[in-house]
Design a protein around this ligand. Structure first.
Ligand SMILES: Cc1cc2nc3c(=O)[nH]c(=O)nc-3n(C[C@H](O)[C@H](O)[C@H](O)COP(=O)(O)OP(=O)(O)OC[C@H]3O[C@@H](n4cnc5c(N)ncnc54)[C@H](O)[C@@H]3O)c2cc1C
Length: 616
């Protein structure tokens, strides 16, 4: 019998193709579950399902398990929460480390590859390495199996459910599932990095990343160029080579974000911040919004309210993620796990850490197994049953909640938004005003009149931070103070976060644009024309602004974006503003960004090239 009206879907030169699948299906191997991509999430999805007695096939294009976390040399954990089946495997990795594997910061990637592979073999997962998924079998909107290339041969298998754990949603994209990529403004994703193993004081650290800017990993030309550029970086000849030596660069480029599916449910930052969250989480993600961005001016207003106006980069959030984020909208027989699930760009910088992606794999493997054993669609899996199983392994915990966390004097502690005007006043007065600024936004009308009053407070921090809070509330009474802060490039830097606190002058420039302030055009144009002015007068460089050029870059990009917003809201000003922006982008400062080939400037010159394309 032929393939029951099945279609084979594949992509060629970025075009989606579909042909009838004519091979007799009786000849094909049949699995319960196919896991495409045995990376960070895929390993745990395959393992969870196989441990429940399902017949599982794992297809991996590399020659090892673990993906970014092993072959990609990203083997340290950055936040995420403990719990779930990965912990037992990590324990084995640590045992191997004390048994002759090289001591490293984090988990030795070679040991982790071995432990993961052995666990899969012990659970009878059929592993096919050096195998690349090339096509998908479908009956109407149901995925029935996949095709892959292995050892020069095309192979096909059927499955009740297929998991797309490829990081870049290769399978979901092939079948035509709706995709999202990057931020709304220009579609760019979080910066990619070159990952470099180093010896630091005698210990191997595979933990140094050089953020290089934008790159579309699905564009073969861009990917190849990025690999060559990475290999050519002089960065590897570190000056302090006696204590710190680069051993090489990872075989994989570090991709923080790629194509994400549009799922039955989507987690967005705005919803989280406005307390609209799922009551049926499959796992929690826990981190700060670590988007590595230096080009924050191009991010959404909600993300800039958080990062630029409130300097809340260092506050950790705990985000419940429902199974619906892993179900491609409108399709059956397929799920996604890993960084490619249905989350908005703004929150993707939190929902991506390895611990949480491992838990995501476990949760999806568990849901798939339940659906297969019950003979139902994954949409019909009873949540209470899924929850019970996830609670049993610790993948979900009774104590999980959607709180926020702060660090003070080196200790993390749960914190809460303020809800009393008096507490907000004290917060605005302190050197860590971010929580108070955001709390004021949450309180809205209840505190707005107080903030207006505090604009003329004798304490400069209270007055100016009140203007920031009013700014993110959209209150135009903040404008005179904001204009003043922008004009003088207020050099105050709060200490709300452990890193990436924003100059108050920059926050003000952003907010003038957010409030579409036509009267600020002159001030903003001056900043755009002389972005490096005032630099160094009172300002101390830090890890966010490390040089005069970066200072200028921040003021330049924020001023351009503020002016663009104002131009869009004031058609009568748009001709003049557009002309000035075009002029500034031919000016010496912008040219110096474009032509800077030094490694320190690799990211910002990439942003400048992107700006030039956008303006064209
Ligand atoms: C530079 C960088 C630094 C980071 N730092 C940290 C950190 O310090 N701590 C932390 O917790 N997290 C960190 N992260 C985040 C974390 O590492 C990733 O988000 C996570 O590993 C992604 O898991 P994944 O399963 O989605 O993808 P991956 O682990 O990349 O797995 C995808 C797998 O699919 C395979 N694959 C792809 N296409 C195909 C195909 N067609 N056929 C077959 N197989 C295929 C790949 O080979 C790979 O094995 C970092 C990420 C980056 C890029």
């Amino acid at each position: 019998m032929e393939g029951r009206g099945m279609l084979l879907k594949f992509k060629t030169q970025n075009r989606r193709e579909s042909v009838p699948f004519l091979q007799p299906v009786e000849e094909l191997p049949v699995y319960d579950l196919i896991v495409a991509g045995l990376g960070t999430a895929g390993v745990y999805a395959a393992l969870t399902a196989a441990k429940q007695g399902l017949r599982v096939l794992g297809i991996e294009k590399l020659n090892c398990c673990g993906g970014t976390g092993t072959a990609g040399d990203v083997h340290g954990y950055y936040f995420g929460t403990p719990g779930g089946i990965y912990e037992e495997l990590d324990e084995k990795v640590r045992e191997m480390e004390s048994d002759g594997y090289m001591p490293v910061v984090g988990l030795n990637p070679e040991a982790k590859k071995y432990v993961c592979e052995q666990a899969l073999i012990d659970s009878k997962v059929e592993i096919h390495y050096e195998s690349r998924v090339t096509g998908v079998l479908m009956e109407e909107n149901t995925v029935c199996g996949i095709q892959w290339i292995e050892n020069g041969e095309e192979k096909t298998a059927l499955a009740k459910i297929t998991l797309d754990c490829t990081g870049e949603s290769g399978i979901c994209d092939t079948i035509g599932c709706r995709m999202e990529r990057g931020r709304a403004f220009d579609g760019q994703v979080q910066p990619y990095s070159v990952v470099q193993p180093e010896i630091v004081n005698g210990l191997v650290e595979f933990y140094h990343y050089l953020d290089c800017g934008y790159m579309d990993a699905l564009d073969a030309g861009q990917y190849a160029k990025a690999c060559v550029d990475a290999a050519c970086l002089l960065h590897y000849n570190l000056e302090d080579y006696r204590t710190r030596r680069v051993l090489g660069i990872s075989i994989l480029l570090g991709l923080r974000e790629g194509r994400r599916i549009v799922g039955e449910e989507t987690v967005e930052l705005q919803d989280y911040l406005e307390d609209r969250m799922t009551d049926h989480p499959a796992f929690y993600a826990y981190s700060n919004l670590d988007n590595h961005g230096r080009d924050l001016a191009f991010e959404s207003e909600v993300l800039q309210d958080w990062l630029v106006a409130s300097s809340l980069w260092g506050i950790n959030i705990s985000v419940p993620v429902p199974l619906g984020c892993c179900i491609p909208k409108g399709y059956e027989g397929i799920l996604a796990a890993g960084r490619n699930i249905s989350i908005g760009h703004d929150i993707a910088s939190c929902v991506r850490q390895r611990r949480d992606m491992q838990k995501c794999g476990e949760a999806v493997g568990c849901a798939a197994a339940l659906a297969i054993r019950k003979g139902i669609s994954v949409r019909e899996v009873p949540y209470e049953e899924l929850k019970k199983q996830l609670l049993a392994t610790g993948c979900l915990k009774k104590t999980d909640d959607s709180g926020i966390w702060d660090i003070e004097e080196g200790r993390w502690h749960r914190t809460a938004w303020l809800n009393e005007a008096g507490d907000i006043y004290q917060g605005l007065k302190s050197n860590r005003p971010g929580i108070a600024i955001w709390s004021a936004k949450r309180m809205g009308k209840c505190v707005e009149h107080k903030l207006e009053e505090w604009l003329s407070d004798s304490d400069r921090n209270v007055a100016r931070n009140s203007a920031l809070a009013l700014g993110i509330l959209g209150n135009r009474k903040a404008l005179p103070a904001l204009r003043c802060m922008a004009e003088e490039r207020d050099s105050y830097v709060p200490k709300t976060s452990r890193k990436y606190n924003q100059l108050r002058g920059l926050s003000a420039v952003y907010l003038l644009g957010r409030l579409r302030d036509g009267e600020a055009v002159g001030i903003l144009e001056k900043i755009m024309e002389h972005p490096e002015d005032n630099c160094g007068q009172e300002y101390q460089y830090d890890s966010f602004i490390r040089s005069q050029k970066e200072y200028g870059f921040q003021f330049f990009t924020h001023a351009v974006m503020a002016l663009s917003r104002i131009a869009a809201a004031h058609p009568e000003l748009s001709g003049e503003i557009t002309g000035k922006i075009q002029e500034a982008m031919k000016g010496p400062f912008f040219e110096s960004l474009l032509s800077d080939t030094s490694e320190d400037a690799i990211y910002i010159s990439c942003v400048a090239r992107n700006m030039r394309e956008l303006i064209k």
